[in-house]
Design a protein around this ligand. Structure first.
Ligand code: CP
Length: 381
């Protein structure tokens, strides 16, 4: 019998005497071996198929083995619903996917047969695509609903659209919408899990979780950290979700921005408030810049971009006010030369912006997996 071993002997490819097809045996430590045909007579193809199966098998086992579920809810609509233990649990679950996402073959069958809908009523690059990548890497079917061409244009209400899609028995609805609180309302009207992918100026929970994971990769311990969140605080759902998540993890938060862009109730939040970058950045380990939310500043006077950059835009000079090796973050999309100096944004020794995007996929894989498993425990199929 002809045989070949891959992945330190954990995969065996072999041909039986009476067959032309390559068979595979996958054996992980302390796990029962899986034996099946690769369905291919060609060794190169058989290797590809075996590696893909190995990848799914390994990640499924890893997750089954380690997980002790702390987060039991089936929706993720507000960071206010999360306690520190739950946040840490989600971050730990996401960590398992970081290396998986660096593999040559990134495919698992963890969510095979599950149906996920992306319902984006506002523009998005990062959030929409990273949910799509996350779902597909876990083997789920993801449908991007073209909401601009949907029956909402014919007068259907948003809740009717959601209950219509809910009747197709989806597992998860991922919703971005300009109306604050809409994800929560939808979650009260459907059986599927609901993830808030940004509701107006209110919340963007997965953004704050991915930001926390990016910070955790560098510092591990949040309790000694001083983090500045700078710019258009008033209209930013990213700022609100980050203030809640990062303070629950133990970090101290400074918010810095022009007076007109600080919320009236800012003193009720666990933050120190500054209107001056020099004072606000003192001793900070992380400087998180925010996009000016032009689409939510309708009918008000916008500051001149150059004047704004001089006062609140982050460049190498202003970064000197923070700690010596402070890191820079921005949720994107960023306006170069307005919120952040272009060279600084691309400086991989200081900027974590690309890592934030990378962590977004891992966080969203974890959230989809956790919520779907939680729902399995309460739904009778
Ligand atoms: N950070 C963020 O939400 O980006 P998108 O608008 O591109 O999704």
């Amino acid at each position: 019998m002809k045989s070949i071993f891959l992945e330190s002997g954990q995969i065996k490819l072999y041909k039986r005497e009476n067959s032309q097809y390559w068979q595979m045996k996958i054996k992980l430590p302390k796990q029962k071996a899986i034996r099946s045909s690769t369905g291919s007579k060609i060794l190169k193809q058989a290797k590809k198929i075996a590696l893909k199966n190995y990848s799914s098998f390994e990640i499924s086992n890893k997750i089954k083995k380690i997980s002790k579920n702390i987060y039991k809810k089936i929706h993720l609509v507000e960071t206010a619903d999360l306690n520190a233990k739950e946040i840490k649990f989600i971050l730990d679950e996401a960590k398992k996917f970081i290396n998986f996402n660096k593999r040559r073959v990134k495919k698992s069958n963890l969510l095979e047969g599950r149906t996920i809908f992306n319902l984006f009523f506002e523009d998005s690059t990062r959030t929409r695509t990273s949910f799509e990548v996350a779902a597909k890497r876990l083997g789920a079917d993801l449908i991007n609903v073209a909401v601009k061409d949907s029956s909402i244009n014919k007068g259907e209400t948003l809740l009717d659209t959601m209950t219509t899609i809910n009747s197709m028995n989806p597992d998860v609805l991922i919703v971005r919408h300009p109306e604050e609180g809409i994800s929560k309302r939808i979650s009260n009207n459907v059986d599927a899990c609901v993830i808030n992918a940004g509701d107006g100026s209110h919340e963007h929970p997965t953004q704050a979780l991915l930001d926390a994971l990016t910070i955790k990769n560098r510092f591990n311990n949040f309790s000694k950290l001083q983090i500045a969140i700078c710019g258009d605080i008033l209209h930013s759902r990213v700022a609100r979700s980050n203030i809640i998540i990062l303070s629950k993890l133990g970090a101290k938060i400074n918010v810095i921005g022009p007076k007109q862009w600080l919320p009236k109730n800012i003193n009720k939040l666990p933050v120190e408030v500054y209107t001056d970058m020099k004072k606000g950045l003192r001793n900070c380990d992380i400087v998180m810049m925010l996009r000016i939310q032009k689409e939510r500043i309708v009918g008000k006077i916008m500051p001149n971009q150059k004047t704004y950059f001089n006062k609140y835009g982050l460049d190498y000079n202003k970064l000197k006010y923070a700690k010596k090796n402070a890191f820079v973050m921005h949720p994107g999309p960023m306006n170069r030369g307005v919120e952040i100096d272009s060279k600084l944004a691309d400086d991989i020794t200081r900027s974590l912006i690309q890592e934030q995007v990378e962590m977004g996929v891992a966080i969203r894989m974890a959230c989809l997996d956790i919520l779907i498993k939680n729902r399995d425990n309460v739904v009778s199929y």
